[in-house]
Design a protein around this ligand. Structure first.
Ligand SMILES: [Zn+2]
Length: 403
């Protein structure tokens, strides 16, 4: 890798396929791919890459689409984008229908445009620019388009590394950054707290112990805890929020003997999954609440029927500002767009929780689209941004892997 200013080989800036890129991004939006139902979009992606003459394209047993380029004699750079989307919610709240793929005034509207089918299309068309020069790629460029990222970030990419045997030296995530650089994010844990009570008839509450009342004390304490969480100067504060509650009773005429409280905890740098759990456990002891805490797990089968179980506990991560992956990406963006990109962090969670947070692989983020539009019915993306992103994806691979 170069540490001096990069001159991207001219090949990365030749551009012949912008209209094809836009059409393909539109087709991706028009092909619904809720989490665990990505089969149709995976086949579309694999077929398109084969038609574009990518040499090695396949779908792994979990259902992720993978393509590799290069001679393997050098570092491995992996580009990661997820194929799944969240639920569109109420379709009539969308300006344009979520799966219509309407293009208006150089903007593509719809579910997944920023999160993250736009980036996915740009990665394909960026890498395509390198196809005629494959013998000059000293190393490997991997395109990994993964399943089930929305419900369980880090899971499908972990399978690629730990089961399929990919050992990337660098990872780039295409989650939206508005064409700026992201070099980290807070972590995330989902706690399920089970508060125990004792059932009795609703007419004789004094004979039971109302699990909802105990849970209410817990909820209040969690709210107070929110003010005291540590802050990191770069990632900001840790946060905590009660996001779900449900009780069990024999009927609405009975005192409930169980109340479950779900807590979304975001971890800033310096906090760990263990320290966050210990904090809740000590609060439960202090308030003398009969409750147990556990971390939730994810185990939905993928669309191919494969089950991988993952704990919903993901560490915070930050890549050094001066890491060559950040500086090289910054130079490439500057060369492509003419302006110096900002370097920040994502507000949400990404596959970096595994690649950098657990596997310690240097990971950086760059994607088209406004991160504030993610999971909203206003999702859209500028076509020009798709083209810029494709150039940057081509340029970064060229800068890192080619002479
Ligand atoms: Zn998302």
């Amino acid at each position: 890798m170069r540490n001096q200013p990069v001159s991207i080989p001219a090949l990365a800036l030749e551009w012949v396929a912008a209209q094809e890129l836009y059409q393909f991004a539109q087709q991706l939006v028009q092909t619904p791919s809720p989490s665990s139902q990505e089969g149709a979009v995976a086949r579309l992606i694999a077929d398109q890459m084969k038609a574009l003459k990518f040499p090695n394209v396949y779908i792994n047993d979990m259902g992720s689409v993978i393509a590799t380029l290069g001679n393997g004699n050098g570092p491995m750079l992996l580009y990661d984008a997820h194929m799944d989307t969240v639920d569109p919610g109420t379709p009539d709240r969308w300006l344009h229908p979520p799966y219509a793929g309407v293009i208006d005034n150089n903007i593509l509207y719809g579910l997944g445009t920023t999160d993250m089918k736009g980036a996915l299309a740009s990665m394909i068309y960026g890498a395509r620019q390198l196809l005629p020069y494959q013998n000059r790629i000293n190393g490997t460029l991997v395109l990994a388009f993964v399943v089930q990222q929305e419900p369980c970030e880090g899971l499908a990419i972990r399978v690629l590394v730990e089961q399929d045997g990919f050992q990337p030296d660098y990872v780039l995530l295409g989650a939206p950054t508005n064409l700026q650089i992201s070099r980290g994010q807070r972590g995330r844990v989902m706690f399920k707290i089970s508060v125990e009570g004792k059932a009795s008839h609703g007419s004789q509450p004094e004979l039971g112990q109302n699990a909802i009342y105990a849970a209410a004390r817990l909820v209040f304490s969690v709210q107070l805890l929110a003010d005291d969480l540590p802050k990191d100067p770069f990632l900001g504060p840790g946060t905590i929020a009660v996001t779900g509650i449900g009780s069990r009773g024999l009927s609405l005429n009975a005192i409930p003997d169980l109340c479950k409280v779900f807590v979304d905890r975001r971890l800033t740098l310096g906090e760990t999954v263990g320290s966050a759990q210990a904090q809740i456990e000590s609060l439960i002891r202090r308030e003398d609440i009969p409750a147990t805490v556990e971390i939730t797990t994810y185990s939905d089968p993928s669309y191919t029927g494969v089950v991988h179980t993952a704990s919903e506990a993901h560490p915070a991560w930050v890549l050094d500002r001066g890491h060559p992956l950040v500086t090289t990406l910054s130079q490439v963006i500057q060369t492509v767009s003419g302006s110096v990109p900002g370097v920040g962090h994502w507000p949400f969670s990404t596959d970096g929780v595994y690649t950098m947070g657990q596997a310690n692989i240097p990971t950086v983020g760059f994607g088209p689209g406004n991160p504030d539009l993610v999971h909203t019915c206003e999702e859209h993306i500028g076509l020009d941004d798709l083209k810029t992103a494709a150039h940057v994806y081509a340029g970064l691979a060229a800068a890192m892997l080619m002479e």
